[in-house]
Design a protein around this ligand. Structure first.
Ligand code: KG4
Ligand code: ZN
Length: 359
């Protein structure tokens, strides 16, 4: 593809509760441009259940995906026939939803005779900062979403080393569960951040699990239990109690994330001398301002650069999938129509690598 001036990629994302499609162009020098990015969040479908119901999610993807793709083409002013390749999240995620998006992508690819790119959702998050900010490899990614909390060294497209992960809940999940406990609604992250802005972050001192250890892993379940016990002890909670618990919880996780980020950046400096440490934050929790401020302080103190893509590109969207597809296509990668949807698919899986003979 490198000889071609520009490639336009359709990206499809259906791995959780966003039905999304986008058209993204990549020029021969590797610059990306979002031509359209349409996201339909299923918040209403799942609100009554306090969380995402996989079967309902899959059905909503079936009902809406065609329209979302149509809207993405219309907004970009580009017909499907002009697209160079079709990229879709092939995992990890809720398998029913992944199947809907991947099968749709295969059908379009087969009908148009265009390449299919089966995208790892985590790789799509990992490469977004190259679309938004043009960052160069290598860099460190902190992915903090509803399903993942991990530090990943991004060495190149398809070339990742996971440095740490959560041993229990994901950070977004911890926000969602704590918000549910405090009756703040779903999704919990933004609701909890709003409540916390009215509260005293120093009223409660919650545990910081694993923090004394050097490893780059997270654990949030002990914190969650401590918050629950505190709330049960105070019940019935006043608005002030809720705000103070929310603020204290948020301050605690911001500190945990900041301490870990410092350790990860120090490891980056040790293992990749000659490269200025660069931390890219991805995933829905990247929208949290207290966590962002903590990360900025650590970046300033360690001389690292911090890149946080705009919130709409940190949460799940089709543009990140299209971009990951564009990056892979530019290296000669394409996938067979028999590629199977995956519920689990770690970034450091050997089959993420783009084989030299593919180029
Ligand atoms: O990346 P994302 O949209 O979906 C995936 O999980 O892949 O992330 C959603 C998660 C939810 O858990 C949500 O509560 C959390 O990100 N989140 C936040 C904020 N905005 C979204 N957490 C904390 N503060 C926020 N402002
Ligand atoms: Zn995601």
């Amino acid at each position: 593809m490198s000889g071609q001036a520009q490639a336009v990629i359709l990206g499809i994302e259906t791995s959780c509760d966003e039905t999304a499609a986008a058209l993204v162009a990549r020029d021969a020098s590797g610059n990306g441009k979002i031509l359209s990015n349409v996201v339909r969040s299923q918040l209403d479908e799942h609100a009554a259940f306090g969380g995402v119901v996989p079967e309902l999610a899959a059905r909503a993807h079936v009902a809406f995906l065609d329209h979302i793709i149509e809207a993405a083409c219309r907004q970009a002013g580009i017909g499907l026939a002009e697209v160079d390749a079709i990229a879709a999240t092939a995992g990890p995620g809720l398998i029913g939803g992944v199947l809907v998006g991947l099968t749709t992508a295969k059908a379009i690819a087969a009908a148009l005779g265009k390449p299919l790119i089966a995208v790892n959702h985590l790789e799509a998050h990992a490469l977004t900062a190259r679309l938004t900010d043009g960052v160069a490899f290598p860099y460190l990614m902190l992915l903090v979403s509803g399903g993942h909390s991990q530090f990943v060294l991004v060495r190149g497209v398809g070339d990742y080393a996971r440095w740490g992960t959560t041993i229990d809940d994901a950070l977004g999940e911890a926000f969602d569960k704590t918000a549910k406990l405090l009756s703040l609604g779903h999704p919990g992250g933004p609701a909890l951040e709003a409540a916390a802005s009215q509260g005293n972050p120093r009223r409660f001192r919650f545990p910081r699990p694993l923090l004394r250890e050097e490893r780059l892993d997270f654990s949030f379940s002990g914190l969650k239990t401590a918050v629950r016990l505190e709330a049960e002890g105070l019940a019935p909670l006043t608005d002030k109690d809720v705000a103070d618990i929310a603020a204290s919880f948020q301050a605690t996780v911001a500190e945990i994330v900041a301490v870990r980020a410092r350790q990860a950046l120090e490891r980056f400096a040790r293992e990749l001398p000659g490269h200025r440490p660069l931390l890219v934050v991805a995933g829905g929790v990247a929208a949290n301002r207290t966590i962002g401020a903590g990360l900025q302080r650590i970046a300033d103190e360690t001389g690292a650069e911090l890149v946080v893509p705009p919130p709409a590109l940190c949460t799940d969207n089709g543009a990140m999938v299209a971009w990951a597809g564009a990056e892979r296509l530019a290296l000669g990668a394409a996938d067979d129509l028999s590629f199977a949807a995956r519920a689990r698919w770690p970034l450091d899986d050997p089959d993420m690598r783009i084989l030299p003979d593919a180029a």
